[in-house]
Design a protein. Structure first.
Length: 277
């Protein structure tokens, strides 16, 4: 950012400066510092060059998300009055979740070869080598949740009365319609605890989980009664302001809550929206 805007104080960076950064990111090549063609050239020199593939949308959004997180922190600590990088990420034609589908059916068949998993777990005396992949396959829990399980945590339950279980991708319109069919009338409360499998990159995780929260809120607007309540897990990040803006627009009151059980270093929070307009 310094190379684009110069050594400006954060408080003097305006929205037009943030937009300029985004525009320049869209014209830069990947691996700029690794390629001999671009390594020792300034941004101005690179922008005059032609015939190269620009940065991917995912990479540009990663840069913008990181800057947005930085300015969120600066705004929270009164270094800036507004987050000028909010709302600048580029909308992708495919959902972030679909972009991470790295395995086809043949790959998955190889990975979840029960005989091989069992053999490796016995040979290495590591039962987790067998059970963790299977639990991940059938339960959809996050890796850190699976790895901290004890045998006593796993219980087989009978069918729960008045509970309907629908398995699928919530962002799929067909799944949402299946959910809607279970209600004869509008309802009082929607609770979403959805989150993506974490990548290790907190900015990317917060961005994609934010997309899920926005999707859940939009869905709740269709099925909630007037004065209904919406509760959703959110991660503090670039999508936070968009979620808050939607809450202000559609609900009479809302607040963000971090439960005591959530680790201090975690970006996990919950937004509680009351009284649907």
């Amino acid at each position: 950012m310094t190379e684009i805007l110069g050594n400006k104080p954060m408080s003097s960076i305006m929205k037009k400066d943030a937009v300029r950064c985004k525009e320049i990111f869209q014209q830069l090549p990947p691996n700029r510092n690794k390629s001999s063609r671009f390594r020792n050239k300034s941004i101005e020199e690179i922008l005059r060059m032609r015939n190269f593939q620009p940065l991917s949308t995912t990479t540009i959004n990663h840069y913008l998300t990181s800057l947005c997180s930085l300015f969120n922190w600066a705004q929270k600590h009164d270094y800036v009055s507004a987050n000028v990088f909010s709302g600048l990420t580029i909308k992708q034609k495919t959902k972030a979740r679909e972009q991470r589908d790295a395995f086809d059916k043949q790959d998955l068949t190889r990975i979840f070869n029960l005989r091989k998993l069992k053999s490796e777990s016995i040979d290495k005396n590591k039962p987790a080598y067998y059970w963790v992949p299977l639990l991940g396959l059938y339960k959809g829990a996050r890796l850190n949740e699976l790895c901290q399980l004890y045998i006593n945590d796993i219980k087989e339950l009978d069918k729960i009365e008045n509970v309907t279980h629908i398995k699928g991708d919530f962002t799929d319109e067909i799944i949402q319609k299946k959910i809607e069919k279970n209600f004869d009338e509008k309802i009082d409360l929607v609770v979403s605890d959805m989150a993506v499998n974490t990548t290790g990159n907190k900015n990317v995780d917060s961005l994609v989980t934010g997309e899920l929260s926005i999707e859940a809120m939009n869905f709740s607007l269709k099925i909630l009664k007037k004065n209904g309540v919406f509760v959703s897990k959110i991660f503090m990040g670039s999508s936070f302001n968009e979620i808050v803006d939607s809450a202000k627009k559609n609900f009479k009151e809302f607040h963000v809550y971090k439960p005591p059980s959530s680790r201090k270093e975690s970006k996990e929070n919950f937004i509680i929206c009351k009284n649907l307009r």
